[in-house]
Design a protein around this ligand. Structure first.
Ligand code: MG
Length: 260
C-alpha cells in the first residue's frame, strides 16, 4: 500500500514537472497561423486560427497610413501600395491571398475581442520618429478603447518606438525590442519586458538568455521553424518562440515534456 502511494506520488510529481516544462516555453504564431487552408499572413482568419489551436499569442504587423490610420500588413509595399505613403482606403482595397481585404487595426482588434490569444503587435519602423510616435498614440488609444489592453504586448525593431511604447502604454504593458543590437542591461534601462531577438543573436550570445532572466526580463526568439532549433531553445528555457510552424512547435513541446 505504501509502495502504491509512493509510486502514485512519484507519477504525479513527474507529471507536474512535465507540465511545468511544457508550460515554460510558449508558442507565438508569426503573422498568425497562416499556413492553413483559408488563411493568409496577417489576416483576421490567421488570428482566429492561431487562437483555435491554443497559441499563447498571435503576432501581426502595423503601419500608419499617410492619413493617420492604422492598418495591418507585413510588407512596406504590398501590391504596389506603400502603406506609410498611401491613404487608408487605398490600403484596405487590397486583398490578401485568402480573399480578405487588408484589415484596419480596428477591424483586427474587434475580431480579437472575441478570442483568448494574446496580441503581439509589431509596429514597423517608419520613415520618421514623428510617424512612429503618432502611430503609438493611436494604437494605445484604440487598444484601450476596445478593451484588449490586458492581452496586448508590443514589439518593434525601432529603438525610438520601443521607448515610446514604454512611455505611452499603461504601466506594466510588455514591450520587446526586436533588432538584436541591445544587450539585456540596455533593454532593462529602456523599461522593456525583454529581448525578442532572431535565433542567430542568441546563438552568438547564449549568455543573454540568462542575463535577461537574472534581470527579471523574458526572452522571445524569432522566427524558429526547425525542430532542432526549437529543441535547443526549449532546453535554454526561453519564454516564447515565435514560429511559422505553431503546430510543429506544439508537437516538439509535447515530446520534450513527455521525456522529462
Ligand atoms: Mg512582424
Amino acid at each position: 500500500m505504501r509502495l502504491k502511494h509512493f509510486l502514485l506520488s512519484a507519477f504525479l510529481l513527474s507529471a507536474l514537472a512535465g507540465g511545468v516544462q511544457a508550460q515554460h516555453t510558449q508558442v507565438i504564431a508569426h503573422r498568425g497561423f497562416w499556413d492553413a487552408i483559408g488563411s493568409a499572413q496577417n489576416s483576421i482568419a490567421a488570428l482566429q486560427k492561431a487562437d483555435s489551436i491554443g497559441c499563447y499569442g498571435s503576432e501581426f504587423d502595423v503601419w500608419l497610413t499617410s492619413d493617420n490610420q492604422l492598418v495591418v500588413n507585413h510588407d512596406d509595399t504590398f501590391q504596389g501600395v506603400t502603406f506609410q505613403e498611401a491613404r487608408a482606403e487605398e490600403c484596405t482595397a487590397l486583398r490578401l491571398g485568402n480573399g480578405e481585404r487588408v484589415p484596419t487595426l480596428r477591424q483586427y482588434l474587434e475580431a480579437a475581442g472575441r478570442l483568448k490569444t494574446r496580441l503581439i503587435l509589431e509596429l514597423k519602423p517608419h520613415k520618421t520618429a514623428g510617424q512612429e510616435t503618432r502611430a503609438i498614440e493611436g494604437i494605445v488609444r484604440m487598444v484601450n478603447e476596445l478593451g484588449v489592453e490586458a492581452r496586448t504586448e508590443y514589439i518593434t525593431f525601432s529603438a525610438h518606438a520601443a521607448r515610446e511604447f514604454v512611455r505611452l502604454a499603461p504601466k506594466g504593458t510588455p514591450v520587446y525590442y526586436l533588432n538584436g543590437d541591445a544587450a539585456p542591461r540596455e533593454l532593462k534601462a529602456w523599461g522593456c519586458a525583454g529581448a525578442d531577438y532572431h535565433i542567430d543573436v542568441f546563438r552568438k550570445h547564449p549568455e543573454w538568455i540568462k542575463e535577461c532572466h537574472d534581470l527579471g526580463m523574458k526572452v522571445n526568439v524569432w522566427t524558429v521553424n526547425g525542430e532542432d532549433d526549437m529543441r535547443w531553445l526549449i532546453g535554454q528555457r526561453v519564454d516564447f518562440i515565435t514560429t511559422n510552424a505553431p503546430v510543429r512547435l506544439q508537437k516538439v513541446l509535447g515530446e520534450v515534456a513527455a521525456l522529462e
